[in-house]
Design a protein around this ligand. Structure first.
Ligand code: NDP
Length: 268
């Protein structure tokens, strides 16, 4: 199936690992051009070069890559990311607000500065790049934004207290943005994640210093959290809903959410 993304330019924040990297790979395989940022530019450039070569070898895809250092919490950094993308690739057709992490802590164990940092990352981490890209998106006939979020936005967990609250705020803001962006023909949707097997979990496994294998540890984690499918999801299983929302085939979907949680959500 042709997703209508060939030759389109998509910005992906946090594309050097996990969900962002899987999304960049899938977009390149579809023939899209990818502009990517992360704080560690060396890792980003290396992984995207490899992704571009793989898309060329396996799919004959000719998408270009623009990879630069950027911090999503800095408005100036995101303005410069968007400017350099337009200079290199000409246009911006879509944005994936992916960069981020979560703070595993109860409210009692969270300092005021950590609360501020978490809201800063969740809100400005999306808003800075969206604001910078908006004038360019408004010129595209297939303009679309996807914000990566978590099922925690609707189903808060005390062990992720501030992350849950900040995610709820981002979900709320994404819905509000669907009105102002929609007036300019720009769609925006959320993908709400459960437990996805990326660097976030391998780092926690290493910190846990357990005698269990990674498979045993993640299996127990999935059971403990009540994941219906009994396992963590893969980054590719998230990349597909993101890419399908970006596709003009989803042209009448905006302000919506897709859950990718293997059945962990308890709400209807
Ligand atoms: P990873 O840790 O695998 O990748 C995070 C990416 O974001 C890296 O490329 C990292 O590169 C980049 N990044 C982090 N902070 C910044 C920043 N301030 N500015 C620019 N880039 C940044 O994470 P995942 O793939 O697991 O997560 C993707 C998104 O999904 C995140 O927003 C995460 O919070 C969310 N999510 C993930 C879940 C999971 O179970 N994996 C669950 C729920 C939500 P660098 O460090 O070089 O900047």
């Amino acid at each position: 199936m042709d997703l209508g993304l060939r030759g389109r330019t998509v910005l992906v924040t946090g594309a050097s690992s996990g969900v962002g990297l899987a999304t960049a790979r899938m977009l390149l395989a579809e023939g899209a051009h990818v502009a990517a940022c992360a704080r560690d530019a060396d890792r980003l450039v290396g992984t995207l070069k490899e992704a571009q070569e793989r898309a060329q070898e396996q799919r004959g895809a000719t998408g270009r890559v623009h990879a630069v250092a950027g911090d999503v919490t800095s408005r100036a950094s995101m303005a410069s990311f968007v400017e350099s993308t337009v200079a290199e690739l000409g246009v911006v057709d879509a944005v994936v607000c992916n960069a981020g992490r979560s703070l595993m802590a109860t409210i009692e164990d969270t300092s005021d500065d950590q609360v501020r940092d978490e809201f800063e990352l969740k809100i400005f981490g999306a808003l800075n790049v969206i604001r910078a890209a908006q004038p360019h998106l408004a010129k595209s006939e297939v303009a679309s934004v996807v914000t990566l979020n978590a099922i925690l936005a609707r189903q808060p967990e005390p062990r992720l207290a501030v992350t849950s609250a900040a995610r709820a705020a981002l979900l709320n803001l994404t819905r509000t943005l669907s009105h102002s962006l929609g007036a300019e023909g720009i769609r925006i949707n959320s993908v709400l994640l459960g437990l996805i097997d990326t660097g976030q979990w391998t780092r926690r496994y290493e910190a846990a210093d357990t005698t269990q294998s990674y498979e045993e540890w993640t299996g127990e984690l999935a059971a403990d959290r009540g994941v219906v499918l009994g396992r963590l999801g893969t980054a590719d299983e998230v990349a597909w809903p993101i890419v399908s929302l970006l596709s003009p085939l989803s042209g009448y979907t905006t302000g919506a959410c897709i859950d990718v949680g293997g059945g962990v959500a308890r709400y209807v």
